[in-house]
Design a protein. Structure first.
Length: 403
């Protein structure tokens, strides 16, 4: 069952918000003006307008991001920043599917979405969170969600790790989602600026568990991450709706081989692309001029650096070593966008016969903004223009429509 550590919660959770009449008010006002609610007098003397607005906003966020929470009565929502930092359900479910075992330690529990899904794969989850109020909210919600195998511990995760090490409890996996904000709440992008400093504490983590699952921001450079982190067994580049959302690093004690990379857009799981850096380097692909169809890989594949392996795996021709677009004469199923090439034009600035189109620039000396300005092309329509460098180093405009 859910339990707290010996530290008593500093209660700020107003349980009056869970009363049926107040919960009904929150649901009825899901689409209301939050500023108006915040500035109006509360219809309930036991709760403030600001508290009502926070719960309404949280419920609205959960509607799209956390449907299980949204559908569960009596969920308590934290301030919006905590919800923004929480994983979405599809991403949390995906990462939980990467590992399994008896006991998992979540060092940075937050709102508890990841811990909830880990609890479906592990017999016991140890949730740690230094913010006592957020931990109390998570504990309450775990109970409402029916999770009975999550232990809630309040305090610094690394301090709790030392207690685990002293007690010699067996931990099958440690999960860590470090803070990516520096002084003044400013976002940081380098792994060395994360808190806690992941690379520095790896020996401490491996002293307790053989496995570590690390979540980092999608902007983190994969090469930098592999240099700073030791024992990287796998890297998962996970995304939704053609946007990279999380980088998931599976670290294993004493692992010395090169890591495998998986590019996974959760909207198209059957198109997951798994490969090694060695495979990408050794791949021999064909280069050629544009044919009948054009293929643009999804964002996860591009982030993973699957440039040559994409052509090899799907039997496609690449336009240029540095132009990450592919072509064929027959239409195939592909993890990305597909287009039919209607025309190929030489690039003559200011003389293109288009006034409205979707514009992309790939390995081309001009940005999309400059192309639009010089050629007076507004955004939109059913025509997609790809400004590219081809294998013969010529600059061309591929006039396409979705296939």
């Amino acid at each position: 069952m859910c339990s707290a550590s010996q530290k008593i919660f500093s209660i700020t959770l107003n349980k009056k918000l869970l009363n049926n009449d107040i919960q009904d008010f929150i649901k009825r006002n899901l689409n209301a003006d939050l500023n108006a609610i915040s500035l109006s007098k509360s219809p309930f003397p036991e709760v403030s307008p600001r508290e009502l607005a926070t719960q309404i906003k949280g419920l609205g966020t959960a509607a799209g991001k956390l449907p299980i929470w949204f559908a569960t009565p009596g969920i308590y929502y934290p301030p919006s920043l905590n919800l923004e930092q929480a994983s979405s359900e599809p991403l949390a479910r995906y990462k939980a599917g990467l590992i399994r075992g008896e006991t998992l330690l979540d060092l940075t529990g937050g709102f508890g979405v990841d811990s909830f899904f880990f609890s479906k794969r592990f017999k016991k989850v140890l949730y740690c969170e230094r913010d006592a109020d957020l931990a109390e909210i998570a504990a309450h919600n775990f109970s409402r969600l029916g999770s009975r195998n999550i232990e809630v511990h309040v305090g610094d995760g690394l301090a709790f790790l030392e207690k685990i090490a002293a007690g010699k409890e067996v931990i099958d996996c440690i999960y860590l989602d470090p803070s990516r904000r520096g002084k003044g709440g400013k976002r940081v992008f380098r792994l060395s600026d994360y808190q806690p400093p992941v690379a520095d504490i790896l020996p401490r983590l491996f002293s307790v568990s053989r496995q570590v699952l690390l979540k980092t921001a999608p902007m983190l450079d994969l090469t930098e991450g592999q240099k700073l982190l030791s024992n990287v067994k796998e890297v998962h580049i996970a995304g939704v709706q053609n946007e990279v959302r999380e980088l998931l690093w599976q670290l294993e004690k004493e692992w010395e081989d090169t890591p495998a990379l998986t590019a996974m857009d959760l909207d198209h799981p059957s198109h997951a692309l798994k490969f090694s850096i060695a495979e990408e380097s050794a791949s021999e692909v064909s280069f050629g001029m544009p044919m009948k169809y054009l293929y643009e890989p999804n964002a996860c594949m591009l982030k993973a650096g699957a440039f040559k392996i994409t052509a090899l795996r799907y039997g496609l021709v690449k336009l240029h070593p540095s132009t990450h677009l592919y072509t064929s004469n027959s239409l195939i199923s592909f993890p990305g966008r597909r287009f039919e090439i209607r025309e190929i034009l030489p690039y003559k600035p200011g003389k293109l016969p288009f006034r409205k189109a979707n514009v992309s620039s790939r390995n081309f000396p001009e940005s999309v903004a400059l192309i639009r300005k010089r050629n007076r092309i507004s955004d939109g329509g059913n025509t997609y223009l790809f400004f590219v460098r081809c294998m013969d180093e010529s600059l061309g405009v591929l006039v396409t429509q979705p296939a």
